[in-house]
Design a protein around this ligand. Structure first.
Ligand code: HEC
Ligand code: HEC
Length: 471
């Protein structure tokens, strides 16, 4: 340890960079650094990158009433809810849903259901939960990272999982009509807690109208407060559809879709080899939280044929008591397996965000205890693990969303990460230095072993320079 400190002090940042570069080993210099959450996909064309950036700006910009906001809405921008740890992410924000379950299920469309718009441009037009509703529940905000890659997952892979399920589970692909292609073939729903929508554009046009109140070319009818059309006439001054082309011919819904489609998937560090993942597999979590897919053909090469690790199967499962009781096309107890990528930086888990408020390990434990129905076996097996094995499983889940060198796991690589990495004791100097500490993927220093060769040496350090984001 003492020797390492001396090495580090003597090297300093500039020295390390010079030394790393002097090694001149082109092969290792090219190990790609995984994008952090909120960054664009690697390999976008310059035109796609421009569309990503323009989309991000629109996603992040609050609408004004004159743009078509409201008259009833839940927030003024997408990022108002999808903003943590950065634009395109999630948050602890929830929305309220209501429906009627007896005598028969009814999503109360004619009373403004099933989504409550809790804000309004004027007090007169406020929407409230109607007395007819006997089911009121919350919905938590998921992340949008990697949304384009999810769209590009080949449906055949999901049909295969549906047809040949792992032992003990039986997922169902929900077939949904894309709003942008109402006469086309139905597609597998891959977004939303109930697999409600099949494409990025569907889940761009939807929240534009339903969360912001922005009617658009696919959803051109405004939500009336509790279904009251005469109130709507009183409060809605902008003609429908309110969305329309900007100077470059893109509607807002196109901008939102571009941004989400070109968002990189969340990073995972270490990329593989954690004992906790083997435990995750052995207790049956991976039966639903399927680790990997290779995307099919997509409009952009950056989205086609990409190996991704979302840890989800995009199928509906009977989750027993964890179901939200919201019936209809997806049954009352059916929920779509939530992809777990990026979860280390979410602050609330499950469809209503009920697993929240504790440490990451506590919230994960709570989320698992709520797993019921088809997931009972996995829960029981998890509960039978030793405390040490539970910790290893949690450590694996904490790697989902962690960027390389992000020791603090807060989506940047700043002076603090640098400081910690310098003093953890894992730094071993030049590659192959005698006595350098050996690292396994389970040890905290593994966040710095970018070439995954079992140590944190100068080769890795060279990448730290590139990954550094500053304060
Ligand atoms: C008031 C908060 C709020 C606002 C504003 C909001 N969302 Fe969401 N978003 C949610 C919630 C809650 C869900 C989950 C809804 C569900 O599954 O029923 C969600 C789900 C999504 C999903 C599905 C993600 C997945 O993997 O399942 C996408 C994509 C999305 N929103 C995009 C947008 C866009 C684009 C906008 C702006 C036009 C937007 N959202 C505005 C709260 C919000
Ligand atoms: C039968 C399928 C199934 C199995 C097995 C399963 N899960 Fe899940 N998991 C789900 C579904 C469905 C959800 C979404 C639950 C909801 O709607 O609240 C979920 C949600 C989660 C969440 C919350 C994610 C979020 O974004 O809020 C975590 C964490 C999680 N599962 C971890 C695990 C772990 C760990 C195991 C193994 C012990 C496991 N799951 C086993 C289906 C499953």
């Amino acid at each position: 340890m003492a020797m390492l400190r001396v090495t580090n002090r003597r090297l300093g940042r500039a020295g390390a960079l010079a030394l790393a570069l002097a090694l001149g080993d082109a092969a290792w210099a090219q190990i790609p650094i995984q994008p952090r959450m909120g960054e664009p996909l690697p390999g976008l064309t310059p035109a796609e990158l421009l569309r990503f950036q323009a989309g991000k700006a629109v996603f992040n910009t609050p609408l004004a009433a004159a743009d078509g906001l409201g008259p009833i809405f839940n927030d003024k921008s997408c990022a108002g809810c999808h903003g943590s740890p950065t634009v395109g992410g999630s948050s602890t924000r929830t929305v309220t849903m209501f429906a009627k379950t007896a005598p028969a299920f009814d999503d109360l469309l004619y009373l403004g259901g099933p989504l409550l718009q809790s804000q309004s441009l004027s007090e007169v037009c406020k929407e409230v939960v109607p007395v007819e509703a006997d089911l009121v529940f919350l919905r938590a905000t998921p992340i949008c990272f990697g949304a384009g890659l999810v769209e590009a997952i080949d449906e055949q892979d999901l049909f295969y999982l549906e047809q040949f399920p792992p032992p003990g589970v039986s997922g169902v692909a929900r077939m949904v009509q894309a709003v942008e292609n109402p006469l086309g073939p139905p597609l597998v729903g891959k977004y939303g807690w109930k697999a409600d929508q099949p494409t990025v554009m569907s889940w761009s046009a939807g929240p534009s109208r339903n969360e912001l109140g922005l009617t658009n070319r696919f959803l051109s009818t405004e939500n009336a407060p509790n279904g009251n059309v005469s109130l709507l006439a009183l409060c809605d001054t902008v003609a429908d559809p309110e969305d329309g082309p900007d100077a470059f011919g893109f509607d807002r819904i196109d901008r939102f879709a571009d941004f989400m489609r070109f968002l990189a998937p969340p990073p995972q560090t270490p990329k593989s080899g954690m004992t906790g993942e083997a435990i995750f597999n052995s207790v049956g979590c991976a039966s639903c939280h399927v680790s990997s897919f290779t995307t099919g053909a997509a409009a952009s090469p950056a989205l086609s044929g990409q190996a991704i690790k979302p840890y989800g199967d995009y199928l509906l499962h009977d989750m027993g008591s964890l179901g939200d009781n919201f019936g209809g096309a997806a049954l009352a107890h059916e929920m779509m397996t939530r992809a777990l990528w990026g979860m280390s930086q979410r602050e609330a888990f499950l469809h209503d965000g009920r697993a929240t408020g504790g440490t990451f390990a506590q919230d994960v434990h709570t989320a698992i205890q709520q797993h019921d129905g088809e997931a009972v076996g996995a829960r029981v097996s998890y509960n039978a693990l030793t405390p040490a094995d539970k910790s290893l499983l949690v450590a694996f889940l904490a790697s989902l969303g962690r960027a390389e060198f992000d020791y603090e796991n807060d989506n940047d690589v700043d002076e603090f990460d640098w400081f910690f990495l310098q003093y953890t004791g894992w730094f071993g100097g030049p590659a192959g230095a005698p006595g350098a500490p050996a690292l396994t993927p389970d040890q905290d220093g593994a966040v710095a072993d970018i070439d995954q060769d079992g140590d944190f040496d100068l080769r890795d350090w060279g990448h730290l320079q590139r990954a550094f984001t500053g304060q």
